[in-house]
Write a protein that binds this ligand. Structure first.
Ligand code: PLP
Length: 401
């Protein structure tokens, strides 16, 4: 080894993330602890992943049971916890079948593949294109990066996977451009998460859904960030009065273990047959047991009702702060996926929150993204609002009352 020349970089891990200067080593419920024992309120939920908080007891219990039994078995055999999670998902949605994988990007890859296969199976061989939206985010693989409507994510990675067109979100006129004879599907986030917390409008979504139905274009929703209770229903589409053909889920589905899922209605699902698609780890028993326990908690413990209540309270308090402080420009979001558009860059706000032992995220340069665990008690939400108010007073040079 001694004659191998090493680079001078400080870490053996590739430099793909702008990391915050703290090291987290433990988590429980809404809290995380760093390597010095300092405790933080985690209002990032591991980027909408730990919706039940960190290390939730029922998930822990179920995974531990599975850990003693069987970790992995190939998809060439029936996997009972996979069947059970698929049933839990289809029993509680408008979909009939589920494909499991390991991440959000992979779930979107599966959705993109099935849309193309559906067009091919329907004899519409000329329909190879998918419409997505400006400022969307669909993942980092070659194809999901191309599906993402953000130039900064494409930069340096040309040639991109062909077949994607980007239209402006919430633009009624743009709907006329969806069907150009080559479109097989529309891929949409009901609330753009990474792209700045921009919700799609109710009327626009229902017109889009009607158009897709009329033109036999598949409506695929990327519910990777909005799903698993985040917006106050199991999936956000339930609040829009529509039935999409396909949705993708990931992030919170297994409470922080790596998972992805693509859910489809029967008519589309049947386009996948043995040999069409696959994954070594997808639907792995250990991760599926975490998913099952997560679904049980979300559906049985009145969590969704509480999310809607907490979200309404938090939204009201944030609107009050907006009235009082000029640093806040706009409050957006749905349920407990909240974006606070500030008048300046949010980097310094994120550091200031960290000084107050609260972790929050950005979504673009001027938007603070707040993702509390769905289980956060009201007292923590009050603490968050008090802390934000103090920061706003300090920033705007006011004396604490
Ligand atoms: C996080 C996210 C993805 C990508 O998920 P990965 O698990 O990182 O591949 C895709 N779409 C949306 C809306 C997301 O929030």
């Amino acid at each position: 080894m001694s004659n191998i020349v090493k680079s001078q970089s400080t870490s053996a891990v590739m430099n793909t993330y702008g990391r915050f200067p703290i090291t987290l080593v433990k988590g429980k419920a809404s809290n995380v602890w760093d390597d010095n024992g300092q405790k933080f309120l985690d209002y990032t939920s591991g980027i909408a992943t730990c919706n039940l908080g960190h290390v939730p007891d029922n998930v822990h219990h179920k995974v531990k049971g599975q850990l003693d039994t069987l970790w992995h078995c190939s998809n060439l055999y029936d996997i009972p916890p996979q069947q059970e999670l698929a049933t839990a998902l289809t029993d509680n949605s408008c979909f009939d079948q589920v494909f499991f994988c390991n991440s959000g990007a992979e779930a979107n890859e599966a959705a993109i593949k099935i849309a193309k296969k559906y067009a091919s199976d329907s004899g519409n061989v000329e329909r190879t294109e998918i419409v997505t939206f400006t400022n969307s985010f669909h993942g980092r693989t070659g194809t999901t990066m191309a599906a993402t409507g953000q130039k900064k994510i494409h930069q340096g990675f040309t040639p991109l996977t062909p077949g994607f067109r980007y239209l402006p979100l919430n633009d009624f006129d743009a709907l006329t451009q969806i069907n150009d004879g080559k479109t097989t599907a529309v891929l949409l986030e009901l609330v753009q998460g990474e792209g700045g917390v921009h919700p799609a409008g109710l009327a626009w979504v229902s017109e889009l859904a009607a158009l897709c139905k009329k033109e036999d274009i598949l409506l695929i929703l990327d519910e990777i960030q909005t799903g698993i209770g985040r917006t106050g229903t199991l999936f956000a589409y339930e609040q829009f009065g529509i039935e999409p053909d396909v949705i993708t889920s990931a992030k919170a589905l297994a409470s922080g273990l790596p998972v992805g899922a693509m859910l489809a209605k029967e008519e589309v699902a049947k386009s996948f047959q043995p040999g069409s698609h696959g994954s070594t780890f997808g639907g792995n028993p250990l991760v599926m047991s975490a998913g099952l326990a997560t679904m049980e908690a979300i559906l049985n413990e009145d969590i969704l009702h509480e999310v809607r209540e907490k979200a309404e309270w938090l939204r009201g308090k944030l609107e009050e702060l907006k009235q009082e402080f000029s640093s806040i420009e706009e409050i957006r979001g749905l349920g407990l996926l909240i974006g606070i558009q500030m008048t300046d860059e949010v980097k310094s706000w994120i550091s200031a929150f960290r000084e107050k032992e609260i972790l929050v995220l950005a979504a673009g340069s001027n938007v603070l993204r707040i993702l509390p665990p769905l289980t956060t008690p009201k007292a923590e939400l009050e603490h968050f609002i008090q802390s934000f108010k103090q920061l706003l007073m300090e920033k705007e040079g006011r004396v604490s009352s």
